[in-house]
Design a binder for this molecule. Structure first.
Ligand SMILES: Cc1ncc(COP(=O)(O)O)c(C=O)c1O
Length: 402
């Protein structure tokens, strides 16, 4: 028998992640894992049924850009884990973010965004949105009064990442949501760095959550995907317009990989966080490191906020740190590691190391990079789930060679 919504309500996070939402009646075959409906279109019994489905008078699948049973399992399971009314899956994190912004904003609107964002989110807001008649003001989102002062009568939405990529600055989700509510504008938060296991922005009153599911949700570095979670009304409008008409949809196999990824999310996040905490503490003591940005360190300026927003006492797998010796020291460290993988992206089982200024955040000009702490010597580490001692040994050996 399939579990119903009220059965799920009382289950813990891990149980809900391991048992995806499955609504399809079985056809006698009953596979243990959800089938991959690798089909672009669906058959109608007759012309009248096709017309009824297009008119919305009958539920049922039509065409995979409009919906697909494998993708639907992912969307409902991910939404459930974010405590959202519904979810929508996309071909990439940027596909999800751009669809949400297209859905929410119109020409003449104004957006207030954190100035510390993933490079392509920043360049979408700095380049494409203004070309479409949307004004964007970038602010220091760690300061709620700066957000408030940027509000205008035509402000339609507030946007932030927390922790932000790569500064690891936090946004006070409760205060951010309250500001949005008072001003009557939507709040959108990118929850990629934490995943719903460690942080659920909707619980703090945020309206819309976006993810690069490429990262922790997929978890194995083998899929590029995005997710949106919000109330059912917003998701219906997103699916009916920006998803349907722009079409950055996920493929059924990629959706299946994410359904599988979710099953181990809690185990991986726990280990990512424990390893990252240990490495952050080690880096902080290292004479070749000037500064470590990790919310789990008492030296992080928003450590108390981190503890409030992450009640499990786990602060995720992302660390950024600044080397003494600037660009050359950072470059030599990245070239010197053997176990850590020199690659962008994050949230994989192996540890990834990269240089934000020349890689993930190179779309931001140098002056703006410096304003948000992306110095030439800044290194970003996505700590994996390996044995922590091996990672420290690898970093130590590379540091010794500097
Ligand atoms: C915080 C954050 N949001 C969004 C994205 C974009 O996601 P994707 O690469 O899946 O399009 C990234 C990519 O690195 C990211 O780090």
């Amino acid at each position: 028998m399939l579990m119903n919504d009220s059965d799920r309500k009382n289950l813990g996070f891990s149980t809900r992640a391991i048992h995806p939402v499955r609504r399809e009646e079985d056809d006698g075959i009953r596979p243990h894992t959800p089938p991959i409906y690798q089909t672009s279109t669906f058959l109608f019994e007759d012309v009248d049924q096709g017309a009824r489905r297009f008119a919305g008078d009958e539920s049922g699948y039509i065409y995979s850009r409009l919906g697909n049973p494998t993708i639907r399992i992912l969307e409902e399971t991910a939404a459930d884990l974010e405590n959202a009314g519904d979810g929508a899956a996309f071909a990439s994190g940027m596909g999800a973010i751009s669809a949400v912004l297209m859905q929410v904003l119109s020409s003449g609107d104004h957006l207030v965004a954190s100035r510390t964002l993933y490079g392509c989110t920043y360049s979408l807001m700095q380049g494409i949105l203004p070309r479409m008649g949307v004004e964007v003001t970038f602010v220091d989102a760690t300061d709620l009064s700066a957000i408030e002062s940027a509000l205008r009568p035509n402000t339609r939405a507030l946007y932030a990442e927390t922790p932000a990529n790569p500064s690891m600055d936090l946004v006070d989700l409760e205060g951010f949501a309250a500001l949005g509510e008072e001003a009557g504008v939507l709040t959108i938060v990118d929850n990629t760095f934490m995943s719903p296991y460690l942080q659920r922005p909707l619980d703090w009153g945020i309206d819309i959550v976006v993810h690069s599911a490429t990262k922790y949700i997929g978890g194995h570095g083998d899929v590029v995907a995005g997710l949106v979670a919000s109330d059912a009304e917003f998701i219906a409008s997103l699916k009916g317009e920006a998803m349907k008409d722009i079409g950055a949809i996920i493929g059924p196999f990629d959706a299946w990989l994410l359904i599988r990824g979710l099953k181990t999310l809690q185990l991986r996040m726990q280990r990512h966080s424990e390893n990252a905490q240990c490495i952050a503490e080690w880096l902080e003591e290292h004479p070749r490191v000037r500064k470590v940005n990790y919310p789990g360190l008492p030296s992080h300026p928003q450590h108390d906020l981190a503890r409030k927003q992450n009640p499990r006492g786990l602060f995720g797998g992302m660390i950024s740190f600044e080397m003494c010796g600037g660009y050359e020291a950072g470059r030599d460290l990245l070239n010197g590691v053997r176990l850590c993988t020199l690659a962008v992206s994050l949230g994989a089982t192996d540890t990834l190391i990269e240089h934000p200024a020349s890689m993930t955040h190179s779309t931001i000009d140098e002056e703006d990079q410096l304003k948000v702490g992306i110095t030439p010597g800044l290194v970003r580490l996505s700590v994996g789930v390996e044995d922590c001692e091996d990672l420290i040994r690898d970093l130590e050996r590379a540091m010794e060679k500097l």
